[in-house]
Design a protein around this ligand. Structure first.
Ligand code: NAD
Ligand code: UD1
Length: 339
């Protein structure tokens, strides 16, 4: 089976490539490297001692996508490629709509032309907006609070319309909660550009000494310690969720929707403690105002994925912190040093 991984050089994509190769899938990666480095793929090959095909190509260029499909008999696509910074999406929404929506439309049109109708799409818990209750189930109402989230919601709707128009499509919408951690080798991990926006990459850069302290965005939420609560999931567990989805996708199930989360929430203060224990470093922090647009708490009900895919997240918070720290220590400047 040959899988095309769009965005395969990125954080979640590179971890998924490792697990795909471990399961003996043939892997073709398409990535424009706008938020990643080809070094991640070199390391994927080193970890697995297997090879993959890489195309430096852009989803905004239909010809480049078609070249990949004409040179390979693709059985299915895992579609990670997209821009993902929430704040940036608020300042430059057109870029986000163009890249994420037009890019996906181009991909789907080429897949249609080549009669490849199996796709796994990277959605996000952001499509639940501010949930009325917890844990979040797949049938909860959906909404978007920023342009990034709207691209996820719109692509989910586009894919559903496509399925309703042609039942030969098999489509899995995977709604990720908060991916963190890194491969246990410390060879691949999250390599944010500039100052990180997300909590764990930020903590990690405080621990290594690049940033002086962490701003904790609010301690007056209606949560046990007042700080925001999230469902952090180890990126390798998340990658394995894709591996469990593929065999199901190839049974012609039509439309599938799953939450990929652990089912447990941790607060910002708990994450700081977890990271301090893993790194043996003090993480200085200051309580500041809430970040606009943040919700108090968010965690998944992952039961559907367990029942239907036999998938469950197994790694603990200690694993997530330990593996993040291992990656950060081994690669203080991310992939930059190897280039
Ligand atoms: P990432 O930025 O590390 O990876 C995305 C990859 O897509 C990058 O390598 C980038 O170069 C590539 N890309 C972007 N636009 C492209 C285009 N037009 N053509 C070709 N390649 C393009 O991000 P990630 O964290 O690995 O996220 C992967 C997917 O999962 C994204 O769609 C993201 O929205 C989604 N997601 C991520 C998170 C998270 O917290 N990381 C949470 C929920 C959903
Ligand atoms: C963010 C995005 C969300 C996206 C998700 C995964 C926003 C508003 N939401 O979610 O759309 O799907 O990333 O990429 O950006 N925190 C701090 N200090 C920091 C950073 C974060 O206290 O410096 C807190 C936040 O207030 C939150 C928690 O840590 O309570 C997690 O934040 P973050 O890692 O940014 O993820 P989300 O806000 O869940």
């Amino acid at each position: 089976m040959k899988i095309l991984v769009t965005g395969g050089a990125g954080y979640i994509g590179s971890h998924t490539c490792v697990e795909l190769l471990n399961e003996n899938y043939d892997v073709v990666v398409l990535d424009n490297l706008s938020n990643s480095s080809e070094e991640s793929l070199t390391r994927v090959k080193n970890i697995t001692e297997k090879s993959l095909e890489f195309y430096k190509a852009d989803l905004l260029n239909k010809k480049q996508i078609a070249t990949v499909f004409s040179e390979h008999k693709i059985d299915g696509v895992i579609h990670f490629a997209g821009l993902k910074a929430v704040g940036e999406s608020v300042s430059i929404p057109l870029k986000y709509f163009h890249n994420n929506i037009t890019g996906t439309l181009n991909l789907l049109a080429v897949m249609n032309d080549f009669n490849v109708k199996n796709i796994v799409f990277s959605s996000s818990a952001t499509v639940y907006g501010d949930p009325a209750s917890l844990p979040i189930k797949e049938e909860f109402p959906l909404s978007a609070t920023n342009p990034y989230g709207r691209t996820k919601l719109m692509i989910e709707e586009i894919l559903q319309d496509l399925y309703h128009s042609d039942k030969n499509w098999n489509i899995a919408l995977l709604r990720y909660f908060n991916p963190i951690g890194a491969h246990k080798s410390g060879e691949i991990g999250e390599d944010p550009c500039g100052i990180p926006n997300n909590l764990v990459p930020y903590i990690s850069q405080v621990a290594i000494g690049f940033l002086p302290w962490l701003s904790v965005f609010g301690n007056d939420y209606d949560t046990p310690d007042g700080t925001g609560v999230r469902d952090y999931i180890h990126v390798v567990d998340l990658a394995l969720g894709h591996i469990k989805t593929l065999p199901k996708l190839f049974t012609n199930p039509g439309l599938l929707i799953y939450n990929l989360g652990t089912g447990s929430g941790y607060s910002v203060l708990e994450m700081i403690k977890g990271f301090e224990a893993a790194s043996n470093k003090k993480i200085p922090y200051k309580i500041v105002d809430r970040r606009p647009g943040d919700i108090a708490a968010c965690w998944a009900d992952p039961a559907k994925a367990q029942e239907e895919l036999g998938w469950k997240a197994n790694k603990t918070l200690a694993d997530m912190c330990k593996d993040t720290w291992n990656w950060q220590k081994k690669n203080p400047n991310g992939y930059l040093e190897s280039l």
